[in-house]
Every structure is written in C-alpha cells, then in structure tokens.
Design a binder for this molecule. Sequence first.
Ligand code: XMP
Length: 324
Amino acid sequence: MEFRRPDGMERITTKALAEVYIEEQIAALREQVGDKKVLLALSGGVDSSVTAALLIRAIGRQLVCVHVNHGLLRKNEPEQVIHVFREEMNANLIYIDATDRFLDKLAGVSDPETKRKIIGGEFIEVFAEEARKLDDITFLAQGTIWPDILESESGIKAHHNAGGLPEDLSFELVEPVRILYKDEVRVVGRALGLPAAMVDRQPFPGPGLGVRCTGAITRDRLEALREADAIVREEIGKLPATPWQYFCVVPDIRSTGIKDGKRYMGWAVIIRAVNTVDAVTATVPEIPFPVLCTMRDRILASVPGVNRVLWDLSEKPVATIEWE
Ligand code: XMP
C-alpha cells in the first residue's frame, strides 16, 4: 500500500494533534497487521524508536524489535535502548552484541567508503540471520519518513531505509511515520512517552563512531573516542542553545606529549560542533571559551591515550561535517 502525505495536511505541532495521529495509526496498524508478527531493526534513532513505540501501542508483543550493537554506538546507547523498550515499554526486544564481528571485519581497513560498505553490509547480514531464525514474521516495519520519500523520488539519494534485505526474506512493509516530517516525528514520539534524550537526539550517522575514528579503527582509539564523545555531549548539551550536531573525532595520528616527566605519543581529540538546516551547508557556532576549557580538562584528565584537544573551526563547505 502506498501512503502519501495528503496535500495540505495540517502540520503536527501539538500533543493534541499528535494524539489524533496516534489513534488513527493504531487503528490502521491493527487492521493491516491483524494477528501477524512484525519485525523491526531498532537502532535507537528517532525514526525507528517512534516507529517501535507506535507499533507497541498498537500490537504489543506481536512486534519483534532487533537491536544490533555494531560496536560503534555512543556510550550507554545500547543500554538506553534496552532499558526504554524492554523495561519501560515491555517490548519484545532481541539484543545482539555483534561488536567483535564488526571490529574484526574492519581491522586494518582505512578507506572511508570501504568502512561504510563493510558496516552497512554486515548490518544487513546480522539482521537477516536473526530474521531467518524467526519463522512466523509477515511484516517488516521501517522508520521511513516523508523527506526520505521526497529525496528518493527526486533522485537526490536512495533513502537508506529501503529494505536491502536478501531475496529469501520478503516481507510486507509497515511504515507508520512515513507521511511525517522529522519535527512531527519528534512531537509524536513525545506524545508516546519516549524520553527526551531519545526524541531530541542529534543526528548520528549509520556507521556511527566508525567514521569518527578515522583510518583503520583500533579498539583502544575507539574507546578513547567514545569516552571523549560522552564528555563533549554532556558539556555542550548544557548550553542554553545546543548546536544542531556536536561530537568529536579522534584521527589516527599521534603527537608528542609529556607524562610523568617522560615523552610519550598520544592521540588528539577534535571537538566538532555545527549548525545547519539541511546538512548541505553548515556553520560553526560560538562555544564559550570556559566550556571549551572544561572539555579539555575533563578529556585530558580521564581519557587514556589522549594528550591534545583541538576545536574544528571549519565550515561546510569547504569541509564536510564528518571527517570521513
Ligand atoms: P557530511 O559529513 O556529508 O554529513 O557533511 C552530513 C550529515 O550526514 C551525516 N552522515 C551520515 N549519515 N550515514 C548516515 O546515516 C553516513 O554514512 C553518513 N555520513 C555522514 C552526518 O552526520 C551529517 O549529519
């Protein structure tokens, strides 16, 4: 079934409007799914989380969520997904820690596009293996949103939600947020009771920390990145107006430092914060110097292997937002 956003549809901006949408979707989902089962790859991103929450309201444990941890998630991310969905929402959630599998495949691979292909390909493989173990699934739910449809129709990009599963796995699609814009997905998510940390989450690329641990990923540098990223998100997150996206990068270079009176080679953490409307161009917001110093001090005091902290002032263009 092809659902299109009706011309002139009122923008969902309030809890009351979201509740009307939720009730309509619950009825439509129950009718579409009946007593069958639905499978969903739950990344913990806004779109898949709201899709899951809607389906849980409509069909409860007939929804089977699969959360794949590729080892490139941010600090505490898998724990939060498990807590919110399994414990608070009583979801039928399968958690797969595939960290070793992904990191072993990525060992020694430094080309950014090859890294992306490995992560994307492995993700589909892990998810497909899980799907094959479940033999009574009829539907596949996806967090496709309206801009994904518009972008794939205009040929700008093939929206990344469009299946990609092997041919032996053919499911009927369920897309309960398909006609919504991103801001509407957030309003609906809030009305469904999802925590603010999940609904207001900043954009996070599919390959995760993999494109921020530049060059060939090593476990120790990835861990340093994850720890530094948690500090940067915490400190910048306290600002009255948070930037559109803020994170850090740990490139595969070392520079000289001093520890216990001895010279040692350490990594540099690069703080990146940008403002943008559509990610096509981006500016660098002002971050108060004391906040930068707090991040520097916390990172240098607590993240092993790091001896330098830098701030990336580059706008897009000429730079891109991510380093890879
Ligand atoms: P760039 O680096 O191209 O990033 O200026 C623009 C926006 O896209 C995100 N990004 C990705 N998202 N898979 C994703 O799902 C990717 O491979 C990817 N690369 C970049 C980036 O975080 C920024 O928001």
